[in-house]
Design a protein around this ligand. Structure first.
Ligand SMILES: *Cc1c(COP(=O)(O)O)cnc(C)c1O
Length: 389
């Protein structure tokens, strides 16, 4: 029987043990035993798929990987301890000294640090394109270009890139296209059918969705995943069985949670757009979003992240943050709890004004990760804080 997204998230599970448990148990074991010498030889020769040691594989990790693959329409995957573990291991497995990467300028902060601080140690250079000018990507291509990397929607600007265009471009030039799909989740958007070779997630965000565990995953083309798996099993940024178990449970409710996140976010974005103290609101499913047409084409819904610009710059942003009563001031996103951040005075305060503007962060930019509290309570908190800003 062919199953739909929600059903796979619930019904795709490990074979039941002799105890006929209904819900998958936790296999909290670092290693697995062998029947005899031949059994062990076969396992290490990889002549048979079987668990050896939980750094290599574990039943709970496997269940989580298989679910995400089913959701993303991916051939195979590797799970990691964190999203950054997934991103770094993917780069390290696929790139050689002298290779060149092309990336969107606005990517997650630590990913940017990989490009600027760490990959150059191995003579790997990165060129950046502005998300508002994807037509300039082609000019950046060199003979040694290997990867094309992007996020959509972006953080914290909530800009969008056209996945079909990126897929075609990567194919035309033989680049490996990697999409960090963390902000959308596979429920909202699936990059692989558009031509992405690999999709990466920080499972810490909407996949767990309850602010409990860290996790990461890379899924996609089988040949590339094999290289990433071999790197991972030797270098050790593996996902813990406990976190895999938590994440696999979380995926069972991904669709219903994300539906409500998006419903709340659209309600708030619509209300904030009319507020006199706000210059503009950016949310993919608001018709005023500059790339609304792209959102309609490739996204099922708008996601849970809203960015808006408060009038009065840094000072107004700070006083808005300080006037928030219920919402959390936190570095996370994609939690049940609504989170408010003011990048210019906090996460990005060390950057120059121009460097911030290059990645779309104006002084009054506020990022909202809309949670699952009652939407009217979130709205009251935001409106009260705006009144005091
Ligand atoms: C959080 C995040 C990451 C990093 O994930 P961790 O689990 O914190 O290591 C990568 N990309 C995006 C878009 C993120 O939001």
């Amino acid at each position: 029987m062919s199953k739909r997204f929600e059903t796979k998230a619930i019904r795709h599970q490990l074979e039941r043990s002799q105890y006929l448990e209904h819900s998958t148990p936790l296999y909290l074991t670092s290693s697995f035993v062998f029947e005899d010498d031949e059994d062990m030889r076969v396992a290490f020769a990889e002549e048979k798929e079987r668990n050896i040691y939980s750094r290599f594989s574990n039943p709970n990790t496997q269940e989580f990987i298989e679910k995400v693959c089913a959701m993303e329409e991916a051939e195979d995957g590797v799970a990691f301890a964190t999203g950054m573990g997934a991103i770094f291991s993917t780069f390290a497995a696929l790139l050689n000294s002298g290779d060149h990467v092309i990336s969107a300028r606005s990517v997650f902060g630590s990913t940017h640090a990989l490009f600027t601080k760490f990959l150059p140690k191995w003579q790997i250079e990165t060129s950046y394109f502005d998300v508002s000018k994807p037509q300039e990507i082609e000019k950046l291509i060199r003979p040694n270009s290997k990867l094309l990397y992007a996020e959509t929607p972006t953080n914290p600007g909530v800009d969008l890139l056209d996945l079909a265009d990126l897929g075609q471009l990567a194919k035309k030039h033989g680049l490996i296209l990697i999409i960090d799909n963390c902000f959308a989740t596979p429920y909202i958007q699936k990059p692989i059918p558009y031509g992405a070779d690999l999709v990466i997630h920080s499972a810490t965000k909407l996949m767990d969705g309850q602010g409990r565990v860290l996790g990461g995953i890379t899924v996609g083309r089988k040949d590339l995943i094999r290289e990433i798996y071999v790197f991972s099993r030797n270098t050790g940024a593996s996902l813990s069985p406990f976190n895999a178990w938590v994440l696999s449970k979380s995926l069972e409710t991904l669709a219903v949670r994300v539906d409500r996140h998006c419903e709340n976010a659209l309600t708030l974005a619509t209300a904030l757009e009319k507020h006199p103290k706000i210059n503009w609101v950016k949310y993919p499913f608001l018709p005023s979003h500059p790339q609304y047409a792209i959102a309609q084409k490739q996204m099922r819904q708008g996601g849970n992240i809203i960015s808006f610009e408060i009038k009065g710059g840094i000072a107004a942003g700070k006083s808005f943050l300080n006037a928030i009563e219920m919402c959390s001031l936190s570095a996370n996103l994609g939690d049940t709890r609504t989170i408010v951040t003011h990048p210019a005075s906090t996460t990005h305060s060390k950057l120059s004004v121009q460097d911030r503007l290059d990645v779309g962060i104006t002084d009054g930019l506020i990022r909202l990760s809309v949670g699952l509290e009652h939407v009217e309570d979130i709205q009251t908190d935001l409106l009260n804080a705006l009144a005091k800003a």
